[in-house]
Design a protein around this ligand. Structure first.
Ligand SMILES: Cc1cc2nc3c(=O)[nH]c(=O)nc-3n(C[C@H](O)[C@H](O)[C@H](O)COP(=O)(O)OP(=O)(O)OC[C@H]3O[C@@H](n4cnc5c(N)ncnc54)[C@H](O)[C@@H]3O)c2cc1C
Length: 334
């Protein structure tokens, strides 16, 4: 047998991909995980994960993912630091798919699990990425809890921004929603919840231009005195209608302007929704299978998890995709 032929090739090494790998290797399938440019996935850029069960005091995101990788390799799965550029349908040497890597090498697979995740879109401010975990967040469900009695700002105007604002208002003393247009895109019911919440104030026609702008007035902001200087203290807001700028103290900035799934490389192969999330759930025998027989998907890259975007949900999907791929492989005469 060609040593490059795998029963399952799992693309992505976040919670979805690594959990799928655990199930596949324990089903005695020859399995490899291709880790991509972010080994361990999105959780590796967060500090504290408080909602992964089993850790009474929470766990660091990188620690959780490094431990998950160790568990997977201890079980006998190969994890390769490689990024996939293309998958093609390929019937040879009992394989169904050819996986092309950006270094031009190739692997063959009987089944493929796509677990490539989705990246939060960021505003694009110079120090924005450095401030993640220091007040800047792409996930209100994950980090809202840390902002009890603090002032937070949400950026965006869609469903997620409105839902995030309402969710954050449970903890925060004040929630500003900064939106660059004059009206929300969000569903009417979500807008109603925002407008009806006395803690939430919407700043229309407004854009964030700077984080922690140098201004002595900011010294009085709520968190600076208590927690020191490297955290978010304030944002500079630009009103695109009046051209006015103002500095607004804030402890947290939640960027809710959408997510981009890493699925462009399979655009010609499997059905995706208009935003690029891989469609699953349409095959009644194989709920985790995409429109292409033998290609499964799990986690934030899929239509099923796109509205949840939580590690435990991605891991749960990874488990299902692993089991579904195993069951499909068992039904094939390869
Ligand atoms: C800052 C931050 C904090 C968060 N905090 C929490 C939290 O506290 N609790 C929680 O439950 N969730 C949290 N989340 C959300 C959570 O991280 C995601 O829901 C989860 O990681 C999704 O898992 P996934 O496996 O689907 O994708 P990801 O974790 O995004 O992993 C995708 C993987 O695919 C790989 N990949 C992509 N393209 C390719 C390619 N072409 N070839 C090979 N590999 C590829 C990447 O390298 C990566 O390894 C947070 C997210 C962020 C950004």
């Amino acid at each position: 047998m060609n040593e490059n032929v795998y029963d399952t090739i799992i693309i992505g090494s976040g919670p979805a991909g690594l959990t799928a790998a655990i199930y596949n290797v324990r089903a005695d399938l020859k399995t490899i995980v291709l880790a991509g440019e972010q080994p361990g996935g999105q959780l590796t850029i967060t500090t504290a994960v408080d909602n992964w069960p089993g850790f009474p005091l929470g766990i660091g995101g990188t620690k959780l993912m490094m431990d998950m990788q160790k568990q997977v390799t201890n079980l006998g799965v190969e994890i390769k630091n490689a990024t996939v550029s293309r998958i093609s349908n390929f019937k040879l040497q009992s394989a169904n798919f050819k996986i092309e890597l950006i270094d031009k090498s190739e692997l063959l697979a009987k089944a493929v699990i796509l677990a490539t995740g989705a990246k939060a879109k960021w505003i694009g401010l110079p120090n924005e990425k450095e401030m993640i975990g220091k007040g800047v967040s792409g996930c209100a469900t994950c980090d809202g809890f840390f902002f009890r009695d603090k002032v937070v700002t949400v950026v965006g105007g869609g469903d997620t921004a409105c839902e995030d604002a309402v969710f954050l208002a449970k903890f925060a003393s004040k929630v500003y929603v900064v939106h660059r247009r004059e009206e929300f895109r969000a569903a009417a019911i979500e807008q109603k919840k925002v407008f009806g919440n006395p803690k939430i104030e919407v700043l229309w026609n407004s854009e964030i231009k700077e984080l922690n702008p140098p201004d002595p007035a900011v010294a009085g902001s709520p968190s600076l005195d208590k927690e020191g200087g490297d955290k978010l203290r304030a944002v500079k807001i630009f009103n695109n209608k009046t051209n006015e700028e103002k500095i607004m103290p804030t402890d947290g900035l939640f960027v809710a302007i959408g997510h981009t799934p890493a699925t462009e490389f399979v655009a010609d192969l499997v059905n995706r929704d208009p935003e690029g999330f891989v469609v699953i759930g349409e095959n009644k025998d194989h709920p985790m299978m995409t429109s292409m027989a033998g290609i499964f998907a799990a986690g934030d890259a899929t239509t099923i998890n796109r509205d949840f975007r939580q590690a435990i949900a991605a891991a749960g999907d990874g488990c299902k995709a692993g089991l579904d791929a195993e069951s499909w492989l068992g039904s094939q005469s390869l």
